[in-house]
Ligand binder design. Structure first.
Ligand SMILES: [Zn+2]
Length: 70
């Protein structure tokens, strides 16, 4: 069985994700059990991009320092 399931605190039982409503709610009690597998938020991608640019800049500075001091 490859179907995943999420735990419903209200019903105290596992609910197969395939049987959740379109809004990710428990079909029995209506509690939202949507899976946490959400798409990566844009600001997270932006943060990674900023980090890469910053590290690249620091590496560039480091190379410049080496060129002038070695
Ligand atoms: Zn439930």
């Amino acid at each position: 069985m490859s179907a995943t399931a999420v735990w419903c605190d209200q019903c105290e039982r596992l609910v197969e994700t395939g049987s959740l409503t379109e809004d990710g709610e428990c079909p029995t009690c209506g509690t939202v059990l949507r899976e946490e597998r959400r798409p990566v938020p844009w600001h997270f991608k932006l943060m990674i991009l900023a980090t890469v640019i910053y590290l690249g800049y620091r590496a560039y500075q480091g190379v410049g320092w080496l060129v002038h001091h070695v």
